[in-house]
Design a protein around this ligand. Structure first.
Ligand code: FNR
Length: 420
């Protein structure tokens, strides 16, 4: 007899005893009620339904039912400090939760009797056609999660013809990643406090064949990554073999983007001194298209249009910048309204489901970048894990498009979403 059967028999017995005139004493009915299955009071986090026991974890990518299934496998495989770095938000992680909960504020409003026997998910992003609007977000140091690193991710992105954005902090060169992806990618720039370093990054990315530079503008201060710090304390490995914390130059010397670049005088790999003047300078320096990543307010979206950039990414860096409490899906409407179609708007942070992606596209986003889920896939199974994560997201988006009555991306319109 399994535990569910045992509990059911126990409930039956208690009910029978409670009803029995022979054994009628107060309290039994209450005891029977206490053993009834518990009804969750709050809307559960999706992770509650993922396997919790190590022996129940998926053992192949094909076993995954949703992208969340990969996270506990990655947790098992990846060193605690690296996993903690990936999972961490800031302070109380209010924004981390808000990024997921934000999607509940918007509901789909499907249309019926539209022929969706064929669905075309292809999307044009800055003049290039991709099979899907799902973009691989820039994440530093893929080799921290699996030895296949950025090349494994690029090969997985190739399978579904996804746009990939490569981080400045990549552990693989842009040339090798473009070769693995078999097509041009975008380069994500952390403009440092030293212009010559920034210029060298731009020149390298352009030479390698990157189509656009996504300038990240939301990492200008310190950050309290509590989950990272707590998990780091449980990591017993000797980290000094890979990380030279005492010396920034030595620490980054092994990262391909920093090869041959004079790092003297560099005090930070990011910058607290970025302004619209920096954006103008970048635009005047490179022939790559310029996209600003990290916009959250309509005022900045307007300034981005005025600065003549080619696009923006509405992003809170996956809740890794300030613990603002606001999700990006919440920020999207004011930005779409202000931009008024004058440039493409990408969005990221917290996207885990086809319905999340469909909502953003209906609300005016051109494409959606996904971060942690593909790292879960990478940490769990390497390239096949990333392939399956992207496959699940495409499958869910495809099904959502059919369900709302949208045979193509342009048929995902604002009337298909309403505020809850
Ligand atoms: C990031 N992100 C990021 N962004 C960026 O512009 N350059 C970078 O090097 C990194 N590195 C990075 C590392 C890790 C471990 C994470 C989780 C995130 C942010 C990333 O591009 C994206 O904005 C978020 O990951 C999107 O949120 P989700 O999908 O992870 O919730």
């Amino acid at each position: 007899m399994n535990s569910r059967d045992t509990a059911a028999s126990r409930r039956q017995l208690l009910k029978w005893l409670a009803a029995s005139p022979l054994l009628a004493f107060p309290g039994l009915a209450g005891l029977a009620a206490q053993t009834s299955p518990r009804v969750p009071q709050a809307r559960p986090d999706p992770m509650i339904w993922a396997p919790g026991d190590l022996q129940d974890l998926i053992t192949t990518p094909a076993d995954a039912i949703n992208v969340f299934d990969f996270e506990p496998v990655a947790r098992k495989n990846v060193p605690p400090a690296h996993f903690g770095y990936m999972a961490s938000g800031i302070d109380d992680e209010v924004t981390l939760r808000a990024n997921r909960e934000g999607f509940l504020k918007f509901q789909l409003r499907p249309r019926r009797l539209v022929d969706v026997s064929k669905v075309d998910m292809s999307t044009n992003i800055l003049g290039v056609r991709y099979d899907t609007p799902i973009v691989v977000a820039p994440i530093g140091g893929h080799r921290a999660y699996h030895s296949g690193g950025e090349e494994a991710v690029a090969r997985a992105a190739k399978v579904g013809n996804h746009l990939m954005i490569l981080s400045t902090q990549s552990t693989t060169s842009p040339e090798a990643v473009i070769a693995a992806r078999g097509a041009p990618i975008w380069y994500q720039l952390y403009a440092t406090n030293k212009w010559d370093v920034t210029k060298a990054f731009l020149a390298r990315a352009e030479r390698a064949g990157c189509l656009a530079v996504a300038v990240t503008v939301d990492r200008n201060g310190g950050r309290n990554q509590e989950t990272l710090f707590r998990l780091q304390r449980t990591d017993t490995r000797n980290c000094s073999a890979c990380h030279d914390r005492g010396n920034l130059e030595a620490n980054y010397r092994t990262r391909p983007m920093y090869e041959g670049v004079d790092l003297s005088g560099l005090s930070n790999i990011q910058s607290s001194a970025l302004t619209w003047e920096t954006i103008k300078r970048i635009r005047d320096t490179t022939r790559m298209k310029v996209v600003i990543k990290g916009i959250l307010a309509h005022e900045d979206a307007e300034l981005a249009v005025k600065a003549g950039v080619d696009g923006i990414v509405v992003s809170n860096h996956g809740a890794r910048s300030e613990d603002s409490g606001r999700s990006t899906i919440d920020a999207l409407p004011e930005i779409v309204e202000r931009v008024g179609g004058r440039m493409p708007i990408l969005i990221d942070s917290g996207f885990r489901r086809g319905t999340d992606i469909a909502k953003a596209l209906c609300m005016g986003a051109t494409a959606v970048c996904v971060g942690r889920p593909y790292i879960w896939g990478l940490g769990a199974f390497g390239q096949p894990g990333v392939e399956r994560v992207l496959d699940l997201l495409r499958t869910e988006l495809f099904a959502t498009m059919q369900q709302v009555g949208a045979p193509s991306i342009k048929n995902l319109v604002p009337a298909m979403v309403r505020r809850a």
